[in-house]
Design a binder for this molecule. Structure first.
Ligand SMILES: [Zn+2]
Length: 370
């Protein structure tokens, strides 16, 4: 009971900080005495901090409370196809340190990527200078209970228990803290949801070498019966299309994945593609229009099934601008059955969303558990 009430108090602080003890009592229905005692607990645990004493008209000074920005922090990690990233967020979800380094996961064994993860994690943990209370790992593939069942672009990571392996290699850096692993698009959707760019019903698309989707319905992540929902990249957009890394053919990924877009535009990487898109070079405009149409076809199918009013284009897509956005919006307007338009937004977090979401998932759980 005390644990439950402590969590309730902490969630109230998180919901409307800075907030007074009296306000917490009014919001939770707990007595002033109980609130004071629970707040003392939370202060001792470093989860909340006093903002500073302000004097009211009469009586005792009131010290508003807020989440402790020097308190326990979340470490987010991302295993990309060709990179690893790490970031630390404080209890409020603010990013305090972030870094990314190359690491080739299509060819190398997991041990190589895990080594790279440790070095980038050590760098951000030292940079942030906060105690790490937990680790979240974002992975571009299908997970069940922290085990990566399948990631077509990480062929050597099949059936790897990501959470357990990361926990082992990171223990010397951060100690024995909880480690969870999740799909990168789901975690990207969480970050977008927390920062308010999506809404309660939203399809968040993470574009990169792979293409994934995070589905938020009624304010909650929808992951399907086995936690695997959202493999938008392997929705078929052209039954006669090219073979895909998943073993199928004509998948969205082979029409609108980052490598397909770069190839069609005749450029080498995302930076070059972004620059060419900004200059509106013709081959790039044509490539983004064709890729955006394919993306719109897949998304129209999802919208017709789920009736979500907002689509957020994230990951690499967030950098590719209006041409892509317009092609997607045009295709949705043509194919979605109802008249209310589907809004296509560009993600403000862009390629960082999954990494930030992985770290935010840790501090959200801390606040939820109290
Ligand atoms: Zn496929």
């Amino acid at each position: 009971m005390r644990r439950h009430n402590r969590a309730l108090v902490l969630q109230t602080v998180a919901g409307e900080q800075p907030v007074s003890r009296a306000r917490i009592a009014a919001r939770t229905g707990l007595t002033r005495g109980t609130v004071s005692s629970l707040v003392d607990d939370l202060l001792a645990a470093g989860l909340v901090a006093e903002l500073g004493v302000t004097r009211g008209g009469t009586g005792r000074p009131a010290s508003p409370l807020q989440l402790n920005r020097s308190g326990p922090a979340g470490l987010g990690l991302e295993i990309g196809v060709e990179t690893v990233g790490a970031c630390v967020v404080d209890l409020t979800g603010a990013v305090r340190a972030q870094a990314q380094i190359p690491s080739p996961h299509r060819t190398e064994a997991p041990a190589v990527g895990l080594g790279a993860l440790v070095s980038v994690a050590a760098r951000v943990v030292a940079g942030a200078g906060l105690p790490v209370a937990g680790v979240g790992v974002a992975v571009p593939g299908v997970l069940a209970d922290g085990v990566l069942e399948r990631a077509p672009n990480l062929p050597r990571w099949r059936d790897v228990d990501v959470a357990a392996r990361v926990g082992e290699v990171l223990a010397p850096e951060v100690g024995d803290v909880p480690v969870t692993a999740g799909n990168e698009a789901d975690l990207g959707a969480l970050a977008e949801h927390v920062t308010g760019s999506g809404g309660d019903d939203v399809l968040y698309v993470s574009g990169g070498i792979g293409v994934g989707a995070g589905i938020v319905l009624d304010g909650r992540a929808f992951r399907g019966a086995g936690g695997r929902a959202g493999e938008l990249g392997h929705v078929v957009v052209d039954a006669a299309g090219p073979e895909c890394s998943c073993g199928g053919s004509g998948c969205l990924e082979s029409a609108a994945g980052l490598e397909a877009l770069c190839r069609a535009a005749g450029v080498g990487d995302l930076d070059a593609l972004t620059a060419a898109a900004a200059r509106e070079e013709r081959p790039t405009v044509e490539a983004l229009t064709a890729g955006g149409r394919a993306l719109g076809i897949a998304l129209a199918g999802a919208v017709n099934l789920l009736d979500v009013p907002v689509v957020v284009l994230g990951g690499a897509y967030a950098r590719l601008g209006r041409v892509l956005q317009k092609a997607v919006a045009d295709e949705l307007a043509r194919r979605v059955l109802w008249r209310s338009p589907v809004e296509v937004r560009m993600s403000p977090l862009g390629p960082d969303a999954a990494l930030v979401g992985a770290a935010v998932s840790v501090v959200r759980e801390l606040v939820r558990a109290g």
